[in-house]
Design a protein around this ligand. Structure first.
Ligand SMILES: [Zn+2]
Length: 255
């Protein structure tokens, strides 16, 4: 193979527009790798060029074949027009008819993106309603969709992994020292570290706070009904879901 031969035809150019704030990468194997740049803040879209290209391939018996792929063909492949699972048009990328996107093309791209994002949000709502303690089932695309449309949902923020309290069945943060619903100590060692002490009551042994710890917990978690704060120091990203009572509580600081 002659390595110095020019395989790219710069005379044959296709323009891709991207209205999303996200960049996309596409590996087209022998036809090269392509990055579709993100729209910059304050811009309506970002443009990128794809060029026509000759593909060389081995036909066996030392024979070489070659095939020319037009810029349009490669661009369509980059944006996944024939692959529903990789179709970047859902995210706001499209092949321009001309050198610049028209108003109609931009509007159509926005409509397509909105429809896709709405569908993603509906799917996430369904997943969340079925399994609120499984935040990992919400995809990054679904979170991006909600943010892009400015739609507020309890599953938008990355939530901590949840587990079930063995005593009351409440949904608690995995690794929590005490159950926020029934107060039972879930992790002896951690509970001791945070100054949570055992206290005997008529109903048996339940968790309680030493005075200082209780004060601190109340200050840090004013929305916590029983003053029990989950042991995680990064409370900002946590979601609280009520398991026992079947209610869903939202923090006040959702994005
Ligand atoms: Zn419990």
């Amino acid at each position: 193979m002659n390595e110095s031969r020019e395989l790219v035809n710069r005379e044959d150019r296709a323009i891709l527009a991207n209205i999303s704030g996200e960049a996309f990468f596409s590996n087209q194997a022998t036809l090269g790798s392509y990055t579709v740049p993100a729209r910059a803040a304050g811009q309506a879209y970002a443009l990128s060029s794809v060029f026509g290209r000759t593909e060389l391939f081995d036909m066996g018996d030392d024979r070489k074949g070659e095939k020319y792929w037009s810029a349009k063909q490669i661009a369509q492949s980059v944006i996944g027009e024939h692959n529903p699972d990789a179709d970047l048009r859902r995210f706001g990328v499209f092949l321009c008819q001309g050198e610049r996107p028209t108003e109609d093309e931009l509007r159509a791209a926005q409509t397509r993106q909105d429809a896709f994002f709405l569908d993603q949000i509906q799917q996430a709502d369904l997943l969340y309603s079925r399994a609120p303690h499984r935040p990992d089932s919400i995809t990054d695309v679904q979170r991006r969709a909600a943010r892009a449309l400015g739609i507020d949902r309890p599953w938008v923020v990355k939530m901590a992994a949840m587990s079930e309290c063995p005593a009351c069945g409440g949904t608690v943060k995995a690794g929590a020292a005490v159950c926020r619903y029934c107060g039972v100590i879930l992790d002896e060692e951690k509970a001791a570290k945070f100054g949570i002490v055992r206290r005997a009551t008529d109903h048996g042994v339940t968790a309680g706070f030493s005075n200082d710890a209780a004060k601190a917990a109340t200050q840090e978690a004013p929305d916590s009904p029983d003053g029990v704060k989950s042991a995680s120091p990064d409370g900002a990203e946590s979601a609280t879901t009520g398991g026992a009572a079947g209610t869903v509580r939202k923090r006040k600081n959702w994005l």
